[in-house]
Write a protein that binds this ligand. Sequence first.
Ligand code: FES
Length: 123
Amino acid sequence: MTATNAVAGAAERRYPIPPADGATIDRDAQVILVRYENHIVALALACPHQNAAVKWLPTDGRFQCSKHDSRYTPEGVHTAGRATRNMDRFPITRDSAFVVVDVSRVFRSDQDAAGWAAASITV
Ligand code: FES
């Protein structure tokens, strides 16, 4: 994945809008950018249970934690396993053909369910 820091500083990452459904991982920024059914979300790579890296399983169309196998939908909703909340989401906005991700903070679904749900753009 190609990412460039915005003029505003390293707290923002810009990515081209993904042309098709799927997940791409920016390990440097610990961001997973997901396009799924005309929505884009930016998920934290770290599992909300104990921060292990979450893997994308393309043939199953879901995420799974590499440590204790918690499972999540493509949009980060927790469906099984030891985690007790959804994958964390970064704030995301659209700038023409790009998405801009604020990597300085995340929305936690257990602390701000409305903010978490709103951290998505429609394409
Ligand atoms: S660290 Fe992911 S389920 Fe435990």
